[in-house]
Design a protein around this ligand. Structure first.
Ligand code: GLU
Length: 260
């Protein structure tokens, strides 16, 4: 299978922004194993800003644009250093691709991104993608920024005609209500269509360091659905769940791709 896995800051880092070593080691081990089993993988990883905050010892995620961009520039190195080191232990080679909205919107540029990704997969390398936060800014105009990696991973999944997009989050999936507030909330295992009722289940952004939340995940599901690609939201706190997921077990919430 060709699988795009998106991992969020809340999975990769502790609340203060420092690397969650145990979690990331386990994640790289499981992903390496899935590659060894013959799957093609692309990792879309957040965490640049969060890790930059940790490495620079800042009190929190900067709210100003230069602060965020500088933190991303520091954190992106840390992120790739970590992936390079951990995947190398399992003899896998990582490749960094940093994208802006223009790279995926402009047909010529997006064709080049597609060709590079195909070539990397043919080389059996593991592309690790993030938004190019150090240069993509809201200030130049919203058009230059994707802004969050849930949508970016969905765009990438469509670009490479992936079989599956997996969003690893700090929650098990989509619930009938906010499970932090409502004890009666239950996990929705399968979403066939993204109705206004489903959209109404999305709250705001989830954590202090990341920028996602359920709303951006549903936006991602809308993008993959149109391309006929299934998307699963699963809990990144247990990377081994990926084995169960690929064995066909009901894990998290699966958003079915429209038959195309
Ligand atoms: N690109 C941002 C980062 O690496 C994260 C975007 C997101 O959280 O979706 O820090």
């Amino acid at each position: 299978m060709r699988i795009v896995v998106k991992v969020g800051t809340s999975t990769l880092a502790h609340a203060g922004g420092r690397l969650n070593i145990r979690r990331v080691e386990l994640l790289c081990k499981v992903l390496s194993d899935l590659k060894n089993a013959g799957n093609e993988l692309i990792l879309v990883s957040s965490g640049a800003i969060g890790m930059g905050v940790g490495k620079l010892g800042l009190p929190g995620r900067p709210s100003d644009m230069p602060g965020k961009q500088a933190a991303a520039a520091v954190g992106q190195c840390e992120l790739m250093y970590t992936y390079d080191k951990l995947f190398a232990e399992y003899r896998h080679t990582v490749a960094q691709i940093l994208l802006t909205a223009e790279d995926v919107k402009d047909p010529r540029r997006s064709r080049h991104v597609h060709d590079t990704l195909e070539q990397l997969l043919a080389y059996r390398a593991l592309p690790v993608i993030n938004e190019n936060d150090a240069v993509a800014t809201d200030e130049i105009g919203i058009e230059t920024t994707i802004g969050e990696n849930d949508s970016l991973s969905a765009i990438v999944a469509c670009l490479v005609h992936a079989d599956l997009l997996i969003l690893l989050s700090d929650i098990d999936g989509l619930y009938t209500a906010d499970p932090h507030k409502d004890a009666g909330a239950t996990l929705i295992p399968v979403v066939d269509r993204i109705t206004p009722e489903i959209l109404a289940l999305a709250g705001g952004s989830g954590s202090a360091l990341g920028s996602g939340g359920m709303a951006t995940k549903l936006r991602a599901a809308q993008i993959t659905r149109e391309a006929g690609i299934d998307m699963v939201i699963a809990n990144g706190q247990q990377p081994e769940l990926l084995y169960n997921l690929l064995e066909g077990k009901p894990i998290g919430t699966r958003f079915l791709g429209r038959s195309v």
